[in-house]
Design a protein around this ligand. Sequence first.
Ligand code: PMP
Length: 404
Amino acid sequence: MLDIQKIRADFPILSQKVNGKPLVYFDNGATSQKPQVVIDAISKYYQEINANIHRGVHTLSQLATDAYEVSRGKIQKHLNAKHAHEVIFTSGTTHGINAIANGFADFLKPGDEVLVSALEHHSNIVPWQMLCERTGATLKVIPMNENGELIMSVYDKLLSAKTKIVTVNHISNALGTINPIQYMIDKAHEVGAAILIDGAQATPHLKPDVQALDCDFYVFSGHKICGPTGIGILYGKEEWLRKLPPYQGGGEMIATVTFEKTTYADLPHKFEAGTPNIADGIVLGTAIDYLNEIGFDNIAKYEHELLEYATEKLSEIEGLKIFGTAEQKTSVISFNIDGIHPYDIGTIIDKLGIAVRTGHHCAQPIMDFYQIPGTIRASFAFYNTKEEIDVMVEAIKKAQMMLS
Ligand code: PMP
């Protein structure tokens, strides 16, 4: 059993008032709040060991380098990656996806196919479209059904020897659907395709085991898992990271440079050009330690309770429709109320201190599928409470009365 009040005390922002009301923060899908240990670790880094890494012989540089590499090791352990050099620091999920999509240009030719799912965030659509435009490959879409689930029988049919890479999120940000990624990974490999998993929405709720999954790439953002913004992780299997060209050129990623030819540094540095985001890379390790201390099993169990409670309470509101009713779902509820624009509800409940997301959630194809302009999305974290859900439900009822 989690002691939620104790956990809430770790997050200074949660005791704030917004618009004169206690903050109810249900926009965790966009970014999570940060515990005091994470906030403190950022200032500790700058107060005590700030220096550039991997190049200095002086003590601070070595301390910073060690802390950065210790963090990489923590992330390796967290993901159960085989090697620390399979863990690349990026600026976030978007950066990780772009690095791989860009690298795949070397492997694609006209007639080849890239499979994306209908449930993707724009950042897992656009880089692949750009790749297909560059190479003449074709982008194919794994469709979804009314419940917000990917249709596996069509996925099976779309896969062929032409498929070079499949890309899918572990969990949909717009609907909360948990996708059958193990099945999808196994099937992709049967036809010799690589597969990238966008773990941006999964890593806040579960601990992925990349070796058990056997995925080729797994990407996520630090800011959604209680870490700082501007840091993320690209996990790649060693064989793929060796084959792929570097994404960016610059310092840190080279072995030797002459004007005739440059040779690249070994992994992971080949994919880490320039001075990295040292402080936030180190602090991402702190955030992961914090979450592991709470325990992902505890987090998942409690968040599921919140999901069930909120689903039940929201369903009592007349005219409210939930989008995304997959059996396997995480703590995200996307909904609309008959005849009312989501933006209007969002604006009114914000005045009551409640932060939810409204709009297309960077997933316009999903909104097009349902033929709606957007939804209201409440996404819960382990520091939220049932009482907060009650506050939101009452606020929505109030907004509904005002607007209808
Ligand atoms: N994929 C998914 C599923 C997401 O939810 C997000 C963030 N909303 C992203 C990718 C992009 O993450 P970032 O903006 O941190 O790069």
